[in-house]
Design a protein around this ligand. Structure first.
Ligand code: SF4
Length: 324
């Protein structure tokens, strides 16, 4: 069950002694917004827009508040207009029973495990590590770049906790749900990755999904080769602002005889882009947008790292944001 540490929240607010407090929730926690607002003895303003990660803090929109509480994500140390309290939300599900159930499978694959997860399971990761060690495995939990708060924590745009230990491990065990993060790990490290869903206690090898994803992405890249006009979409969300990459790509595309235009926007959606009538787009923002949302767009949508495949034959690189 997801846990919001309300005592910690009140304590943090007492320290700041604000009058006006901004609240920001990702989609999955919006249902908690009113409960939290009712609990606080301050003048409260709730950010209503989409929130995708710690890269996406509404400090500009709520700059009239004395502080902002951003729920559900571990901090990325960006510069903010007002003090921001990051209230991580942890899941207290015990990771040992699903590990126990899948131990035989892991033993067949090797003794050296790279263990990784998203922020919600971080407090349980130590227990998982101890259990695996006591079962005879060598467990490695990597440190990340400055974008990453916790050892072992991956983001959809940063797998440095894995790349930093890839030479030591036989494979990675990702604890969580959904394919995006473990696919990012396998494409960033070249190692086999197993996804263990702690809720259904099932383990899955990602090789099949990796092949499927690569097939889809190469088809999109192939289409983009025929494009004449490219829209380079730079996100104005602070932690996704990739103007440097956009300027670099613009030159690269122009060298190939293509036209390239830079667009800035906060919310990236097919509706926002349709009117510009480009032949293809490059998302200079969150890498997930191109990978997860391509089916919503009529035109090819590339990640930053896919652009080089328009003109070169080389290994596929999963797009990452290394620093802050
Ligand atoms: S850029 Fe995308 S993957 Fe990275 S933290 Fe933001 S929402 Fe998550």
């Amino acid at each position: 069950m997801l846990q919001i540490d309300k005592e910690k929240l009140l304590e943090e607010l007492r320290k700041l002694n604000p009058k006006k407090v901004g609240l920001q929730f990702p989609e999955g926690l919006k249902s908690k917004a009113i409960e939290i607002a009712d609990m606080l003895d301050y003048e409260v303003f709730i950010y209503g827009g989409n929130t995708y990660g710690a890269c996406d803090v509404a400090d500009e929109e709520l700059s009239f508040c004395d502080c902002l509480i951003h729920f559900g994500h571990a901090e990325i140390p960006l510069k903010f207009k007002i003090p921001v309290i990051f209230m991580e939300v942890f899941d207290d599900i015990d990771l040992v029973p699903p590990l126990k159930k899948n131990l035989d499978h892991l033993e067949k694959k090797g003794k050296n495990i790279g263990l990784t997860t998203t922020v919600q399971h971080i407090p349980q990761l130590k227990n998982a590590e101890s259990f695996l060690k006591s079962s005879g495995f060598n467990v490695y939990i990597g440190k990340g770049t400055e974008r990453i708060k916790y050892d072992g924590q991956v983001l959809g745009c940063n797998f440095s906790v894995c790349t930093n230990i890839e030479d030591k491990v036989d494979y990675f065990l990702y604890i969580g749900t959904g394919y995006f993060h473990p696919l990012g790990i396998t494409l960033n490290t070249g190692k086999e990755v197993f996804l263990m869903d702690p809720y259904i206690k099932k383990i899955e090898n990602l090789e099949h999904e990796k092949t499927k994803l690569l097939k889809k992405r190469y088809a999109v890249i192939e289409k983009a080769k025929d494009a004449e006009k490219f829209g380079l979409i730079v996100s104005t969300r602070k932690g996704q602002y990739r103007m440097k990459e956009a300027l670099y790509i613009k030159k690269e595309l122009e060298n190939l005889g293509k036209k390239a235009y830079i667009f800035l926007t906060r919310e990236i959606s097919p509706e926002e882009l349709r009117g510009f009538n480009m032949d293809a787009y490059v998302i200079c923002a969150c890498p997930r947008i191109a990978i997860d949302d391509q089916s919503r767009y009529e035109k090819p949508i590339l990640t930053v790292s896919e652009v080089s495949l328009i003109s070169q034959t080389k290994e596929y690189e999963f797009d990452v944001i290394g620093g802050i």
